[in-house]
Design a protein around this ligand. Structure first.
Ligand code: COA
Length: 254
């Protein structure tokens, strides 16, 4: 049995973790199912944006640690399958949003970090407590380092302490934080905005932003310029986007 639901409505694919009684801890069958589904979204034109969300009061308390004992403490099956999921998300070519309330810990924290636009409740609790389980986590550090810098990364990784959604937004760890009561509306608003964008432009921008994240500003500009000019010459979005603006109408992406 897997503890996740999927639905696609009006261009928004929702992946809903459904194990609230275990704070949405993710077991292996569930993780494999999510990965397969995310891969299938890449070439599914009905999907324009993916929202990862959860039932109950927690986003995700990480991998299922009961399974760790059942599998005699082998670590690699767990890290390999997280790796596959994160790779699928990064190569999706479509934007992803995390709707984060309550706990986002361990693998749940990494899952959030691998979405493009994490939106958190101000009172969410985010962190990487795996240090306390005797685990050297290798997913969080590179993501944290580039977003919040060395000092805060070392603090979070070594202490395993959580920070609030509000602080996470202040230091750039999540994109936005809103009161819990406004979380659904904010996630929906961002998702609908992204659905209205050209899928081709979304794909090029997402791929281009991550490909250039570690380049020098000059190299990044040049890389993105090549993509921009090629797209403007060979694809319809630039013409349609500008004409729609001039004609005061919504664009219709061919
Ligand atoms: N894997 C499996 N089960 C988990 C879990 C996880 N990562 N996190 C929570 N649960 C389960 C608990 O075992 C408990 O199940 P039970 O009611 O059958 O005993 C249930 O979820 C509720 O958790 P509980 O610990 O009772 O809630 P709490 O409010 O007292 O504490 C946490 C919440 C998040 C602080 C605590 O559950 C915790 O530390 N979880 C582990 C987080 C972690 O280390 N994640 C990284 C995993 S690699």
């Amino acid at each position: 049995m897997v503890n996740v639901g999927f639905e696609i409505v009006d261009g928004i694919a929702r992946v809903t973790l459904q194990r609230p009684e275990k704070l949405n801890a993710v077991d292996l069958p569930t993780k494999l199912e999510i990965t397969d589904r995310i891969r299938s979204y890449r070439d599914n034109d009905d999907v324009r944006v993916v929202v990862i969300q959860s039932e109950g009061d927690a986003f995700c308390a990480g991998g299922d640690i009961e399974e760790v004992r059942e599998r005699d403490f082998a670590l690699q099956p767990f890290t390999d399958t997280w790796e596959d999921l994160f790779e699928a998300m990064m190569h999706l070519g479509k934007p992803t949003i995390a709707r984060v309330d309550g706990y986002a810990l361990g693998g749940g924290f990494d899952l959030m970090l691998h979405t493009d636009i994490p939106v958190a409740a101000t009172d969410a609790q985010l962190g990487q407590p795996e240090v306390g389980l005797g685990i050297v986590n290798h997913f969080s550090p590179p993501m944290l380092m580039s977003r919040i810098g060395l000092t805060k990364t070392v603090d979070m990784m070594l202490t395993g302490e959580t920070i609030s959604g509000e602080e996470a937004a202040e230091i750039g760890l999540v994109a936005r934080a809103v009161p819990e009561s406004a979380l659904d509306a904010e996630v929906d608003r961002v998702a609908e905005r992204l659905v209205g964008m050209s899928p081709r432009v979304m794909r090029k921008l997402k791929d281009g932003l991550y490909a250039t994240a570690e380049m020098s500003p000059r190299a990044a500009r040049s890389y993105l310029e090549t993509i921009a000019l090629d797209a403007a010459r060979n694809e319809p979005d630039y013409r349609e986007g500008v004409l729609a603006q001039l004609e005061r109408r919504e664009p219709e992406w061919p």
